[in-house]
Design a protein around this ligand. Structure first.
Ligand code: NAP
Length: 515
């Protein structure tokens, strides 16, 4: 029987009492480990985090909690090779893709550990200056931000088991709020192992970090008014979460990161083969293949001037042709597999839906897999689609195929391009490519209302830009509308979600006590 992973809840390791769900290697088809959350006393676990870990964390200063984040980062760094092995086995990722998840997690922890130093030896935050509420200034109002006195429940997606945990846990723990994470079942192993390692190293107070692997049943029912919940996953599950009584009646604060039909736009005036054209092509091909397209931020729609449609299609296809797909253990492989058979089937179904409304410009499945059996491995090549009438094509603006699939479309002029981008109805990120700084700036502002992030690439940042899909801890992650309406990261802005803002009104002598 495969090993059963332990849950960590209520300050102790706990085994589920059911048969559990077996996690499978998506390349080899072999069974790896089991996860199970049957029989856990969720109410007691949540209460322990709220009543014991919360006060213990809040008794520390931001600087002290930052030191804990740094210590957690050291534990993870020391075990990095083991995490790479788990990621290869459970997520089917090549080393470069594992790095996005594992090294991205460690980097993000480090970034928050460093920012903690700027907050210093405080236990709450002062928000702005005091303002007078009376003519003689004897009665004033001072806003403060204090850590919420509940738990942070994270319900995470399968594609970033490491980064998806730490990009949320770092600001939560820095804020003094205990974390309970429920990773997506398919790839729960890496999350579970990282939490276990950090707990065994005694980095955080008991109950400050919990992991529940397996079914989500009953989790939302545990939420109380001062808890917060952060969800990353599909729009369908997001709708279920949003309508839960804890959210609707108890005003539990919720952050949703859902699906997103992100865009890349090559601005007008750039010739085929120009620096901006090449940057656009390179980034599109990279985004389609990194993590086999299983990135919430991946480019799904590309817009180019009509006159460049054929040249762009050819150039992107030429890059995709150099891609090799198969077993991530083989060093010649650049793109591993999708995370599971279920995802493989979902991507295939989504792709065939899109294919009915678009032309296939490049089909990566005509290439042989390297070291992998098509009948077993959840591997698929990248597919570039083309839709030459993007105005009439509703599906392409509305379908997120969560794999190595993207659609190229022509636009008439810049207003038309921006209008087509907006048909994603709110996205995590759009990237712009061009050499006209004024045009880049005005397009970025235009798209800012419907995007969490606008990534402008001009030739001068060719070597330094951080990539369309890479989420940096200093910059906001999240997007309005269809993307879920969430906000994460953005440096210390992330702490807002885990703090309550209050106005304290009184005499200046009283307010001076709360600085
Ligand atoms: P999903 O099916 O919605 O699952 C996400 C998480 O929700 C999993 O942990 C899942 O647990 C849990 N869950 C499922 N049903 C639930 C319920 N009724 N109540 C509470 N929790 C429930 O999504 P997915 O297929 O794993 O993820 C892929 C999607 O995530 C993509 O559409 C992608 O766009 C989106 N995504 C968005 C971002 C972002 O930052 N915006 C990042 C990554 C992914 P189980 O695994 O146990 O079912």
């Amino acid at each position: 029987m495969t090993e059963l992973l332990l849950n960590h809840l209520g300050g102790r390791a706990q085994a589920g009492t059911g048969q559990g769900t077996i996690l499978v290697d998506p390349v080899l088809g072999t069974e790896l480990v089991r996860v199970d959350a049957t029989g856990l006393d969720l109410a007691a676990g949540f209460a322990f985090a709220r009543d014991h870990a919360g006060p213990a964390l809040r008794a520390l200063t931001y600087a002290q909690r930052g030191e804990m984040l740094a210590a957690a980062g050291k534990v993870l760094q020391a075990r990095r090779d083991e995490y790479y092995a788990i990621s290869t086995a459970n997520s089917g990722t090549v080393r470069n893709d594992t790095a996005v998840d594992v090294d991205g997690a460690i980097f993000t922890l480090g970034a928050y550990a460093r920012s903690a130093a700027t907050l210093g030896a405080r236990t709450h935050l002062v928000d702005g200056d005091a303002v007078s509420l009376s003519k003689d200034a004897s009665f004033q109002s001072q806003h403060v931000q204090v850590p919420t006195r509940g738990v942070a429940l994270f319900i995470n997606a399968f594609n970033f088991p490491a980064w998806g945990l730490w990009e949320k846990a770092a600001p939560a723990l820095l804020s003094g709020v205990p974390v309970i994470v429920k990773p997506a079942t398919a790839t729960a192993w890496l999350t579970q192992r990282m939490v276990q390692d950090v707990l065994e190293a005694g980095v955080f107070p008991p109950g400050a970090l919990s992991v529940i692997c397996g079914s989500s049943a009953g989790l939302m029912d545990q939420l109380k008014p001062f808890d917060v919940v952060s969800f990353t996953g599909s729009a369908d599950t997001a709708a279920v979460i949003r309508s839960h009584p804890a959210i609707v009646r108890a005003s539990v604060r919720v952050n949703i990161e859902a699906d997103s039909i992100n865009s890349a736009v090559l601005l007008p005036g750039e010739a085929s083969g120009s620096a901006s054209f090449d940057l656009f092509v390179k980034e599109v091909a990279r985004e389609m293949t990194v993590k086999s397209g299983q990135k919430c931020t991946a480019i799904r729609r590309m817009f180019v001037p009509e006159s460049l449609f054929d040249a762009a299609a050819e150039a992107i296809a030429a890059r995709l042709q150099k891609n090799t797909v198969g077993n991530p253990r083989n060093d010649s492989v650049r793109m591993g597999s999708l995370v599971s058979r279920a995802q493989f089937d979902a991507v295939r179904a989504g792709l065939s839906g899109l294919k009915a409304h678009a032309r296939t410009l490049y089909d990566g499945d005509t290439q042989a897999l390297v070291d992998a059996d098509r009948a077993v491995a959840c591997c698929m090549g990248p597919t570039l689609l083309g839709a030459t009438d993007p105005d009439a094509n509703a599906l392409v603006h509305d379908t997120e195929v969560f794999g190595p699939v993207a659609t190229l479309m022509p636009y008439r002029d810049l207003p038309h391009a921006l209008q087509l981008v907006q048909r994603g109805q709110g996205s995590l990120v759009a990237s712009l490519y061009g050499s006209d700084n004024a045009a880049l700036g005005s397009c970025a502002l235009d798209l800012a209302a419907s995007h969490g992030r606008v990534h402008a690439v001009s030739p001068e940042v060719a070597a330094s830009h951080t990539g369309h899909g890479n989420v940096m801890p200093q910059s906001l992650h999240g997007g309005p509308g269809r993307a879920g309406g969430g906000e994460e990261l953005g440096g210390l802005r992330a702490l807002n979600f885990y703090h309550r803002r209050a106005a304290v009104q009184g005499a200046q002598a009283v307010l001076s006590q709360i600085h």
